[in-house]
Design a protein around this ligand. Structure first.
Ligand SMILES: Cc1cc2nc3c(=O)[nH]c(=O)nc-3n(C[C@H](O)[C@H](O)[C@H](O)COP(=O)(O)OP(=O)(O)OC[C@H]3O[C@@H](n4cnc5c(N)ncnc54)[C@H](O)[C@@H]3O)c2cc1C
Length: 371
């Protein structure tokens, strides 16, 4: 274990996808995780695979996100075949709904540019939406249908990726917080974990919201935690079949019978508390979309930390030291993007050309200019 080719720090979706690919490529790979596999955002998230939902025209994120959605469709059956698990990948699209004039204007503007870009998106009248989802609020006035959107059980996806990575030869060391990079004679030689140095000439930072905290990195990525709070309802039979999003939040039905409602977007440092104000916000979102939920039992509530970045784009690629790579900053789209970008950063490590140009996501874009 102390003789690896690559150390991946962080066992979220990104780190596990990278480790799986590296092991498949013949590298001796060690994943070092401070607590347990999938302990953070990758299990906390809502599991929407929604490349068009938050896309901005001309953003480099859109082609990456569309490719990432297709990648899930390819990867899921492979992982299900390898592990015997069912990952709850839905084949249904999603609805975006408007309640106010302002909501409708925002959706119509999205409809216009996405149609002009040839993306699959349709507008629906209130009657058409309620025909598809009779439990939606009668206050819905307009909506969009995104046929290509999907959802997956992200907690199960994490477990399947971990099992597959291990089956391919990756080792996972859980319960071992990495404190920083190990550098000898000016060269990266591994990471420090407690009193120990774990040796490898290559380190991949897949630390999610904590990615900026790797001591010894001359240009730590500008990643900031953005808290999101979620509620799950235990509802049988499920009142909705599709993911339904409003400009304020969303409802996500799960194959296991739960209905998730989310989410807040708060800058509260590394505090993962579930708060009264957060719950009020999420319940308002849920009841605005589907008032029928007012009588339903709340099953659980939790919070996770999204890895936010100053420009909303991830940090993917080489870092400031030879042998250091970043695979972090996936913000609101890491369930969607994680499996693909983990593999693409692994490809860079293996000296292969990634399937999408990662230039726009270079970690050096916020680095101080060299003098
Ligand atoms: C409420 C909420 C809803 C979301 N919904 C969606 C959604 O529907 N669709 C979507 O695409 N995305 C969604 N996201 C975003 C998505 O969850 C994240 O972008 C994604 O999970 C990030 O993955 P990651 O592997 O980078 O980070 P993480 O899953 O956070 O993994 C990072 C890992 O690094 C470990 N680590 C940190 N520091 C150290 C250290 N010093 N040493 C060792 N290990 C360390 C952590 O313990 C953790 O396990 C949501 C996020 C939240 C919070």
């Amino acid at each position: 274990m102390n003789r690896s080719d690559v150390i991946v720090v962080g066992a979220g979706l990104v780190g596990l996808a990278a480790a799986r690919r590296l092991a498949d490529g013949g590298a001796r790979v060690l994943v070092v995780e401070s607590t347990r596999v999938g302990a953070e955002a990758s299990s906390a998230g809502a599991g929407m695979l929604a490349p068009q939902a938050e896309a901005q025209p001309d953003s480099p994120l859109l082609p990456l996100a569309l490719r990432a959605r297709d990648h899930h469709l390819e990867l899921t059956p492979v992982l299900e075949g390898e592990t015997g698990m069912s990952l709850g990948l839905s084949r249904r699209g999603s609805f975006e709904v408007a309640f106010t004039e302002e909501d409708e204007a925002a959706l119509r503007s999205r409809l216009a540019w996405q149609q002009a870009s040839g993306l699959p998106i349709e507008s629906l009248s209130a009657e058409e939406i309620r025909e598809a989802e009779p439990n939606l609020s009668p206050a819905v006035r307009f909506g969009l249908y995104l046929a290509g959107d999907r959802r997956i059980d992200n907690a199960l996806l994490v477990r399947a990726l971990a099992a597959s990575a291990v089956a391919k030869g990756a080792a996972i060391l859980a319960g071992r917080p990495v404190s920083g990079l190990a550098i000898a004679d000016g060269r990266l030689v591994g990471v420090r974990a407690g009193n120990e140095t774990l040796h490898a000439p290559v380190v991949v930072n897949a630390m999610g919201a904590w990615a900026g905290l790797l001591a010894g990195d001359p240009w730590p990525p500008a990643v900031e935690p953005v808290r999101g709070q979620l509620i799950s309802f235990d509802v049988a039979p499920p009142p909705l079949r599709h993911v339904i999003a409003s400009p304020r939040g969303y409802l996500v039905p799960r194959a296991d019978g739960r209905l998730l409602a989310g989410s807040t977007s708060e800058r509260a440092g590394f505090d993962k508390s579930v708060t009264a104000a957060g719950m009020r916000y999420v319940l308002d979102v849920a009841l605005e979309i589907a008032p029928v939920l007012a009588d339903q039992r709340i099953g659980d509530a939790w919070a996770g930390l999204r890895p936010g970045t100053p420009d909303g784009l991830p940090f993917l690629g080489p870092g400031a030291l030879p042998g250091l790579f970043h695979a972090c900053g996936l913000f609101r789209n890491g369930i969607l993007l994680g499996p693909l970008v983990g593999e693409m950063v692994a490809d860079l490590v293996l000296g292969r050309r990634p399937s999408v140009d990662l230039g726009a996501f270079s970690p050096s874009r916020f680095a101080p200019a060299r003098t």
